[in-house]
Structures are given as C-alpha cells and as structure tokens.
Design a protein around this ligand. Structure first.
Ligand SMILES: NC(=O)c1ccc[n+]([C@@H]2O[C@H](COP(=O)([O-])OP(=O)(O)OC[C@H]3O[C@@H](n4cnc5c(N)ncnc54)[C@H](O)[C@@H]3O)[C@@H](O)[C@H]2O)c1
Length: 278
C-alpha cells in the first residue's frame, strides 16, 4: 500500500514539531546529515504512532537531495516538504552557511518542485535574521530569486570580499530563501502545489538553552525584556504557522514569508531593541 509522503529535512526541534503537527497518516522520510539526529527523531515519532524512516541526507549536495527524493518515492507520492535543516552563524564558517542554507535550500525547493504531488505543500524555515538586514537592490533580489541554482554561489554579492562575517552570510542565505520561495511558488503553482517560508525569531532548542545559560545569558534576558512577547518562542508555535500554510485553509497563500518572532524585529526597527536607542 502506498501512502502520501512527507519529506522532512533537518531533524531538530522545529522540524519535528511541524512533522508531528502535519504528518499523521503519512510516510515521513527524515533526512539529516547527522544520521543519529534523524534516527533519534524517527524513534520518538514512531513510538508516538507516526510512520517515519531516517535517511542520511546532506542538504548541500544535489546528489544527496535526489537520493532522499528517490527513497521517498518508493513509499508513494511526495505531498509535503518541510525543510528545517540548516547551520547557524555560531555553528559553521561562511562557506558552509552559504552552501547549506542558501544553495542547499534552493536545490531542495527546485528538485522537490519537479515532483510534488498536485495539491502538495511545502515550507522552508528561514529566519528573522533575513529581516534585520537592510533591503538589497531590486536587481540583487532578482538575482537571488532567479539565478540558476548551480550559478548561485558564483554571484558577486556572495563572494568572500562582500560577506563580512558568518552572521552576514546567514542573513544573505535567509533572505535568499524568501526570494527563492517566491520564484519557486510560480513553478510549484504550475503543478497545483504551494510553497512558503517561515521566519522564526529565537526558538527554544537545546542549542538556544545552552546560549541562555552560557556567558551571553544576560544579553538574552535583557533582549527578551525589550520586545513585545517578553520571551523566546517554542517550536510548536512555529508549527502553528506551518499548519495554516500547509492545510487547505491556507490555499490562497503561496510564495509568502511569515515572520514569527514575538515582535523582536518590530522592536529592532522601531523600539528599544534598535541599536541606536539608549
Ligand atoms: N532555533 C532558532 O532559534 C531558529 C531561529 C530562526 C531560524 N532557525 C532555523 O530553523 C532551522 C532549524 O533549526 P533548529 O533550531 O531546529 O536547529 P537544529 O540544530 O536543532 O536542527 C537543524 C538540523 O539540521 C541538520 N543539518 C545541518 N546541516 C545539514 C546538512 N548539510 N544537511 C542536512 N541536515 C543538516 C543538523 O544536523 C540538525 O539536526 C534552521 O534553518 C535554522 O536556521 C532557527
């Protein structure tokens, strides 16, 4: 018997929360570069009644992406994509951030877009970081949105002399995710499918908890006190947005990005988190 398939890339808290919200009754193929993470999430989910299988997958490799798609198609048609794989500015150097978060996401959206089932839906996790960076020029936006995937990393704006640090690389990658989603939504639409991105603020994960309890703990406490929500978010709140985007009630939403950051970006531009405010 075949089942509709969800591909989940990135076996972290955010990916699992969305998969648990949306993936019942489906075959969930969990791809992660760290197979132990994929196995751990598959184990938790299968013990909670889901039907999932781990597949070692490197988002920065087209071959590896094609492999997880082929593995998934053994179970049925691909009806959902959840991309929650990525590396953060404190986890990886500039070239790895661009290769995984920018190029890898673009390739995944492209390859899944070729096979997504009519009526299918996808979400990719971007970040509030992409919203903090000043606007790019219309031409730079167009290049990020539409440059063929294999030429993306050769763009002038992504060359080492134009990328200041890992945070800037991450911001460019996340801005690119939003632009690729817009361009891909046109192609996914030709198949009757939809794709959107979600830009979370700080979400509690094991890594974030280490940060809160580490040397920068006071920085975070101060930051939370200065924005409307007054706290970090949870992966389940990100899943709330994913549910809206992925269910039929979101049928009119495609090519869009949703910021879910407790008001941190609003405060950064127009409130007490603004770097120029006292
Ligand atoms: N946690 C937050 O506060 C936050 C905020 C904004 C955006 N995000 C984004 O959400 C996504 C998921 O983050 P998370 O907090 O759940 O992180 P996480 O570290 O818990 O999960 C990310 C997973 O991606 C995997 N991964 C890394 N490189 C990979 C590669 N090349 N191929 C395949 N898998 C790879 C990791 O092994 C890990 O299991 C990321 O894109 C991150 O940038 C997170």
């Amino acid at each position: 018997m075949t089942k509709d398939v969800m591909i989940l890339t990135g076996a972290g808290q955010i990916g699992m929360a969305i998969a648990r919200r949306m993936g019942y009754g489906m075959k969930i193929v969990i791809g992660d570069k760290n197979i132990k993470n994929a196995e751990a999430i598959a184990d938790i989910m299968n013990k909670a009644g889901f039907d999932s299988v781990p597949v070692e997958t490197d988002l920065s490799s087209r071959e590896s992406i094609k492999n997880i798609i082929a593995e998934s198609q053994k179970y049925g048609e691909i009806a959902m994509l959840v991309n929650a794989a990525g590396v953060s500015p404190s986890q990886a150097p500039i070239d790895a951030i661009l290769k995984v978060d920018l190029y890898g996401t673009a390739v995944l959206l492209e390859e899944v877009g070729k096979v997504i089932k009519p009526g299918g839906t996808g979400v990719t996790i971007s970040s509030q970081s992409g919203h903090r960076m000043p606007a790019l020029t219309p031409e730079q936006d167009r290049l990020l949105a539409t440059t063929p995937t294999e030429e993306l990393l050769s763009l002038e704006i992504l060359q080492p002399k134009n990328i200041h640090d890992t945070l800037h690389a991450y911001q460019m990658a996340k801005r690119c995710n939003v632009k690729r989603v817009m361009a891909e939504a046109v192609k996914w639409g030709e198949r009757g499918a939809r794709v959107n991105s979600i830009s979370p603020g700080i979400i509690v994960t094991p890594l974030a908890i280490d940060e809160f309890n580490g040397p920068r703990g006071d920085f975070y406490k101060n930051m939370f006190a200065k924005y409307p929500a007054g706290r970090p978010g949870t992966a389940d709140e990100v899943a709330n947005v994913a549910e809206l985007l992925m269910r039929p009630m979101g049928a009119f939403i495609t090519g869009a990005d949703f910021l879910i950051d407790g008001g941190a970006t609003a405060s950064y531009f127009y409130g007490p988190l603004n770097p120029d405010s006292k």
